[in-house]
Design a protein around this ligand. Structure first.
Ligand SMILES: C[S@@+](CC[C@H](N)C(=O)[O-])C[C@H]1O[C@@H](n2cnc3c(N)ncnc32)[C@H](O)[C@@H]1O
Length: 233
């Protein structure tokens, strides 16, 4: 899908995005975002950039977990951010979370602005991954942490086979119906299948200037957290 089509898709499913996520993952998405927030080695006064923040679920979770956290959420879909903004207001987080319309391929901040960057379920939607990774490296401070969460393909194990049945036969038709589109979740399944292997993606992260790259599997590899630390040189 071209980027304007991706944007249009998120604009059209924003109204029910949070519900679809929780329903289709049987609530696991909440645990996955908790694991992401828990992975951050937070220092007092740290500033976090949440790329592809969508409805600000990760930003809210980071604030819940880290009392001193301040988060800047960036996303190119105003519709997704509008839902996120309501959430921020409802939770009284206006002084800690700011949401901004912007593109991950050209992050509108100066070099070395952030201590931590998170990006959940966003990178898969962007063809120019190398640009996003290098932009993240640019706006991170030296030794800053970068965490990327993505879905994995079903693995060869018993839980993997069961997930495979759901992934291959149920997820797309059910998700399309819930999102009132005939393509959003077919695209989701296709984009997960097209995403690089763990080793390839870790190489891409390293090529963008990150050290200590690693991947952590969640729920039998249905979700994964890739991470790296910005090279100090
Ligand atoms: C699957 S949603 C993930 C939202 C959120 N991070 C979460 O955990 O639910 C993907 C988000 O990526 C955003 N996105 C896709 N391409 C983008 C780009 N080039 N720049 C900024 N945001 C982008 C979409 O608008 C959408 O909100």
């Amino acid at each position: 899908m071209r980027d304007f089509q991706v944007k249009k898709m998120f604009e059209s499913i924003a109204f029910s995005y949070d519900f679809q996520n929780s329903f289709l993952s049987l609530g696991r998405d909440i645990q996955w975002r908790r694991a992401l927030a828990k992975s951050i080695h937070f220092k007092s006064g740290s500033l976090v950039l949440d790329l592809a923040t969508g409805t600000a679920e990760v930003a809210v979770e980071i604030c819940r977990r880290h009392a001193q956290a301040r988060v800047m959420g960036l996303d190119f879909s105003p519709g997704m951010l509008a839902i996120g903004q309501k959430k921020i207001r409802a939770r009284g987080l206006e002084s800690r979370v700011r949401l901004l319309v912007g593109d991950g391929r050209g992050i509108p901040f100066r070099s070395g602005s952030f201590d931590v960057i998170t990006m959940a379920f966003g990178i898969r939607n962007i063809k120019e991954r190398d640009i996003v990774l290098s932009e993240a490296g640019r706006v991170l401070k030296k030794k800053g942490e970068f965490f990327i969460m993505e879905f994995g393909r079903p693995e060869r194990s018993l839980p993997g086979c069961l997930y495979g049945i759901y992934f291959n036969r149920i997820l797309a038709p059910l998700g399309n119906r819930l999102s009132q589109t005939d393509y959003a979740y077919s695209y989701l399944v296709r984009s997960i299948c097209e995403f690089p292997s763990d080793a390839e993606f870790l190489d891409e992260i390293a090529a963008a200037g990150f050290n200590h790259t690693e991947v952590k599997k969640l729920t039998f590899g249905i979700a994964k957290i890739y991470s790296g630390i910005k090279d100090s040189s």
